[in-house]
Design a binder for this molecule. Sequence first.
Ligand SMILES: Nc1ncnc2c1ncn2[C@@H]1O[C@H](COP(=O)(O)OS(=O)(=O)O)[C@@H](OP(=O)(O)O)[C@H]1O
Length: 146
Amino acid sequence: MINQGYEGKRCPPSKSAGGKKLLGKLDNCASLEVRSAAQRASTDPRDQSRAPAASGSHWADVKLRNMSVAQKYGNKKLPNALIVGVKKGGTRAVLEFIRIHPDVRALGTEPHFFDRNYDRGLDWYRDRTNTACNGYFDLGLSMDSL
Ligand SMILES: Nc1ncnc2c1ncn2[C@@H]1O[C@H](COP(=O)(O)OS(=O)(=O)O)[C@@H](OP(=O)(O)O)[C@H]1O
């Protein structure tokens, strides 16, 4: 299940050593630019020249609807794996061991997407898991909080 969809991109190794290097921030992946195509469409003069000048939001909506997921979200990917467990079941320890692997990026904090933040939608979730790297773990759900 890990690293499905791996396309040869690896996050450069971090300067710090050990599991701590993988905590939280993903600055190491910054070179793999993640920018929504919606933003590109609104700033790219080539795109605007193809749409009628005064049609602003309508054409932006049409473009967004016709975009593929990859075009919309760039390199942002949903997690490849989730860790699910009961409270005090040791899920944090599992994550800390797995995230030592150099191809794994994991969230620093638990997003609780499926139990508490589901209403915020996938865009919100993608923003939390903002990465172009694979093997993203989401320690986001405790069975006892459902
Ligand atoms: N291998 C192993 N063996 C026995 N106990 C272990 C192990 N790994 C983690 N732990 C203990 O699990 C507790 C943390 O569980 P969680 O990571 O699920 O915590 S939490 O519910 O998300 O807060 C936490 O227990 P407490 O110290 O009582 O809080 C850890 O000490």
